[in-house]
Design a protein around this ligand. Structure first.
Ligand code: AMP
Length: 620
């Protein structure tokens, strides 16, 4: 029988390599793209989710189109993060392992550049790169792209989200005009459309699945809780799913660290992944997660991009992403390679509107779920234990010698009694912990919460000017952080600030008309993380400086984004204070120890030690 990859036009060497990886049949995206890309004379736009087999969809045709007798770069693959860069490089090395002379190099920030330069000098045909480091190497005139025939822009929407637009322009300008460009993106915002329009000539466009539709294998659920119960809700979800293997998303590095530390302290097998960790630390965390020596990976969006770990059972949105589009990337960490998964949002009643927005984008409905009661959790854990005992593999040789003594100990007890006691051993801990556990569910019309700053009453009201600032959530700002940053540097009172609209690489905020000029003058020369901070009136502020309000994006008046170039996934952390990862953590697999748990009702932002906690001060 002819191998299905051979039928698509892939040569034997590569077919054998993918067979070794366990690929028996092409995924739908591979089936559709490979024949088109193999022609080698088209630009291409593939709208596809992560985890669908995208890398092989472009990687296999590339291997057929490259001349491996020549040692010159012929393909350049750009992607947003070093994790993804390493993943793609490793995949392509695997696909090309039977091709003699094939050389692939990974070019990414945070690693020794000399080694990368050496590899380039030794000759490569395929360069996989993140934009920042690629530009650095181009700037050193250390690479010749005059023979590049194919450029792949992977996760294009993410690269733009992270502010890499200018870098991509600069890099592409060093490649020949007649190269072919293949763009892959999970979503198609106007910026990505623009790239397709500017850099491509009548691209073949393929949509894998429905446009902007989330992976069909993923169920989407949300739980409504009071903000102060978020952490307890997270724990309850985890406890109700004894076999959970999850990525938990937080908005900032601080939150990520906080939640991870609380979970570790409470006996869970968790660790944090965020931009303050060194490359080595991140690799270590990822390796533990990949090896399933860790159950819960607590991560920021930037750090978790490109994580390619199969069998992730749940994605938990501890906080919703600022950019709704990021939800697709988060949820795409589960339900990979044909598996099913659940993507959960823990929200407060004010955030339901955002859930509806996400529904519109992914074209799927969320299920409103109820948090289990303490009793439900105990029951679930009890039967998980029973199941485990039933299925445990007994090491007959080792246990044999102890059996007489064990039987002796139990001589007085009936079989029923022995079973009851074994089961109680774990069950008691949960009972103890969950006795009197409160109902954490909050209803959609629960008004018990203070609105966030964005919902303040004078939103969009007259008397305010809407301003753009080139800082946002990728700088790890929360709305509160941005508020204090603006107040401290602009020397104005918090009362003068209106609505704050935190975005990814930039944000908008309103300020009382009367304070605009002094704010501008006080902000002259202000820097953040060695980058000039820029504040501008938005185009929707009218001549008199009136804000037209509204919560939309707000076009800025002219110009490109602010001061210094943003390093995105490769950027260094601000303030240098965030080395705060605890080494090691709870590295053991197996059972959690519930004995040391603290009270459930303590919030994640509560008492725990917070390393790098002076970040906020340093900003102002
Ligand atoms: P990607 O979207 O390229 O990140 O791939 C997602 C996962 O699917 C990776 O673990 C791949 O190794 C796996 N994969 C890709 N193509 C196939 C295939 N044809 N058969 C089985 N697994 C695949």
């Amino acid at each position: 029988m002819i191998n299905p990859f051979s039928k698509l036009g892939i040569s034997d060497d590569v077919v054998n390599a993918v067979k070794d990886l366990g690929f028996e049949n092409p995924t739908p995206i591979q089936e559709q793209s490979i024949p088109v890309l193999l022609e080698g004379n088209n630009d291409f736009v593939g709208l596809a989710q992560t985890g669908t087999g995208k890398t092989a969809a472009f990687g296999l045709p590339l291997l057929e189109l490259i001349d491996f007798k020549s040692n010159k770069p012929q393909a350049l693959i750009l992607c947003p993060t070093r994790e993804l860069c390493l993943q793609i490089t490793s995949d392509i090395k695997n696909f090309s392992k039977n091709i003699s002379g094939a050389n692939v190099v990974a070019v990414y920030g945070g690693a020794n550049i000399m080694q990368q330069l050496r590899e380039i000098r030794n000759g490569v045909q395929i360069v996989v790169a993140t934009p920042g480091r690629m530009l650095d190497i181009i700037g050193r005139k250390a690479i010749d792209f005059s023979n590049v025939k194919f450029v792949v822009l992977d996760e294009a929407d993410e690269m733009l989200n992270m502010g890499f637009q200018e870098d991509i322009n600069d890099i592409l300008s060093t490649t020949p005009d007649d190269k072919k460009t293949w763009l892959f993106s999970a979503t198609m915002p106007p910026e990505v459309r623009r790239i397709a329009k500017n850099y491509m000539d009548q691209p073949v466009e393929l949509t894998m699945g429905t446009k902007n539709t989330g992976n069909v294998n993923i169920e989407h659920e949300y739980y409504i809780v009071r903000a102060r119960d978020k952490y307890a809700a997270l724990k309850r979800i985890v406890d109700f799913n004894p076999e959970i293997f999850a990525v938990v998303f937080c908005k900032t590095k601080l939150d990520t660290q906080d939640v991870a530390e609380h979970l570790i302290k409470d006996g869970y097998n968790a660790d944090a992944l965020h931009g303050d960790l060194s490359q080595q630390q991140r690799d270590k965390v990822m390796q533990r997660f990949r090896d399933r020596n860790m159950q819960l990976l607590i991560a920021t969006d930037v750090a978790a991009r490109g994580i390619d770990v199969n069998n992730v059972t749940h994605v938990i949105n501890y906080s919703l992403p600022d950019e709704i589009e990021s939800y697709t990337h988060r949820s795409g960490r589960t339900g990979r390679a044909g598996k099913t998964g659940v993507s959960i949002c823990i929200v407060n009643s004010k955030e339901i509107g955002k859930i509806r927005q996400i529904e519109r984008i992914i074209g799927k409905q969320f299920t409103k779920a109820e948090l289990p009661t303490g009793f439900d959790v105990c029951e679930k854990q009890l039967f998980a234990l029973v199941h485990k005992v039933h299925n445990v593999e007994v090491n007959e040789n080792q246990i044999e010698q102890y059996m007489p003594r064990i039987m002796d100990e139990f001589a007085e007890l009936s079989k029923d009694e022995v079973i009851k006691r074994f089961a109680s051993l774990e069950f008691n801990r949960f009972l103890e912990y969950y006795k009197n556990a409160p109902d954490l569910n909050s209803s959609a019309d629960d008004r018990g919460e203070r609105g966030e700053r964005g919902e303040r009453s004078h939103r969009g009201s007259d008397g305010y000017t809407r301003l753009f600032i080139n800082l946002g959530s990728v700088d790890d700002f929360t709305r509160g952080d941005l508020l204090s940053f603006v107040c401290n540097n602009g020397k104005i009172s918090g009362k003068s600030i209106g609505k704050i609209d935190l975005k990814g690489v930039y944000s908008f905020f309103e300020v009382e008309d009367a304070t605009v000029e002094s704010l501008f003058s006080n902000f002259k020369g202000v820097e953040f993380n060695n980058r000039g901070v820029r504040i501008e009136k938005t185009a929707d502020s009218d001549g008199g400086g009136r804000s037209r309000g509204g919560s939309g994006g707000g076009r800025r008046e002219g110009g490109s984004y602010g001061g210094g170039r943003r390093e995105g996934g490769e950027r260094r952390s601000y303030g240098g204070s965030g080395g705060g990862r605890r080494e090691g953590g709870n590295s053991g697999g197996g059972f959690r120890d519930f004995s040391g748990r603290s009270r459930e009702d303590r919030g994640a932002g509560g008492s725990g030690r917070r390393e790098g906690g002076n970040d906020r001060k340093r900003r102002s």
